[in-house]
Design a protein around this ligand. Sequence first.
Ligand SMILES: Cc1cc2nc3c(=O)[nH]c(=O)nc-3n(C[C@H](O)[C@H](O)[C@H](O)COP(=O)(O)O)c2cc1C
Length: 320
Amino acid sequence: MAGFEGNRVLAHTGARYPIIQAPMGWIARSQLASAVCRAGGIGIIETSSGETDACKAEIEKMFGLTDAPFGVNLPILFLKDDAMLRYICDSGVKFVTTSAGSPKKFIAPLKDAGITVYHAVPTLDAALKCIEAGIDGLVVEGAEGGGFKNPEEVSTLVLLQAIRQQSDIPMVAAGGICDGNGMAAAFALGAEAVQMGTRFVSASESPVHDNYKNAIVDAPTTGTYVLNKKASPCIRALKTDKTASIFEQGLMPADTFARIQDLYFGGDMEASVGLAGQTAGLIGEIKPAADIINETIAQFFEVARRMGAMAQPAAANAAE
Ligand SMILES: Cc1cc2nc3c(=O)[nH]c(=O)nc-3n(C[C@H](O)[C@H](O)[C@H](O)COP(=O)(O)O)c2cc1C
């Protein structure tokens, strides 16, 4: 499509638009991912729930629900063995993002199977190690985003620039982006795609309870905490009574995720921690995935036109 010629993420994925729906345990399954793919984005199926059989079934379902390309996420430290890796290599999936751990041992088998591999990185050091290991692209995850975080926070704005100063690797910007303004900002810094998590948790097709979606819609930009910075995992989650108490104590109890499904699907916002990023403060409405994608693309080009117009007088002056 005009405007995205030469876009390496689109070349790698075969998608129409450079918008990726983030992998999210239990949430990033076929109902949401297929809606994103049908709208021209890149849906990702999660495997971080650890429900191997259910995730395989979701991947199989995707082939029936859409002809559009989709991806799968492999959270390295969460995988019990290499069963999921072997399954993915034989599955017909063409795009994989890895996260949580070093992708070194995963790159060769995935690439040998004809799969493009991007790894999610929270720091410049991690990015440089992945590039050296032969990764195809990076998901550049800044501290604004929801989910598991690096306790040494680097914003998406700075991290994209730091990586671009050192390398020409294709970059997907993740963290703090929920619309075309954020997408344009990321592209200005060298990104060729964006990945959105919080925005798609609150999409109409997201399988989570309305209480969780509405908590995102109602949250201000200060509506999340970074928790458990001195232990693992460090996370960004919505402010609730439970997360306020974890924030005060500094450490997160080991059983915090035991009842995550009661929060996600039962709507009990105090049952666990509702992972979400700072964009919760920008999201004002539950919308279908197609509207999110179409509006993001339209707004992206509107910003690009405005920025292009700013450059024209400067170009004319320079020519004089
Ligand atoms: C509810 C939720 C669950 C997530 N689970 C995962 C996961 O399983 N694997 C992963 O690589 N990233 C996970 N993330 C991080 C996302 O991939 C993404 O980088 C992040 O959401 C981007 O920031 P945003 O929330 O500002 O859009 C999760 C994020 C959220 C909000």
